[in-house]
Design a protein around this ligand. Structure first.
Ligand code: HEC
Length: 121
């Protein structure tokens, strides 16, 4: 009985995170990777999704919930071109979302010899 109520408590505490994940439709990471390149996301957000100051923010391991992610594509804030569903269908957005969400974390600067050679700490 006591165990059961602890389990319910854990479910309650975790439910906001679960609800957020539940909103994202299942995405095909491989197809997302393909479209990230062919639909041009990489041109502004970088091949590894790390972004660049002058072109577009980091998308790698995005903390955007899926709803905000797709909303950004359909109604971008300022400099990003809009992507309508006829160009990038909802399922492809879900695939791209799964791809960027699951990109590996970037390496610390100290593990990148070229940066160390430039005096980056
Ligand atoms: C021409 C450059 C350009 C292209 C191409 C582009 N973006 Fe963007 N993106 C931006 C810029 C600039 C922003 C910053 C906010 C804005 O202008 O709306 C942005 C913001 C975003 C954001 C919000 C992230 C944040 O932290 O603000 C998401 C998500 C996003 N882009 C996804 C994509 C995806 C997915 C694609 C490909 C289908 C794409 N973008 C293609 C320039 C671009």
């Amino acid at each position: 009985m006591r165990l059961l109520s602890l389990a319910s408590l854990a479910t309650l505490l975790l439910s906001p995170a679960l609800a957020q994940d539940a909103q994202a439709p299942a995405g095909d990471i491989k197809n997302g990777e393909k479209h990230y390149i062919s639909d041009g996301c990489y041109q502004c957000h970088g091949v590894g999704g790390n972004g660049a100051a002058l072109t577009g923010p980091r998308l790698s391991r995005t903390e955007f919930p899926y709803e905000a992610f797709i909303n950004q594509l359909r109604h971008p804030g300022s400099d990003m071109p809009p992507y309508e569903a006829s160009i990038v269908p909802d399922q492809v957005v879900a695939d791209i979302y799964a791809y960027v969400k699951n990109l590996p974390p970037s390496r610390p600067a100290k593990d990148i010899p070229l940066l160390m050679g430039m005096g980056v700490k």
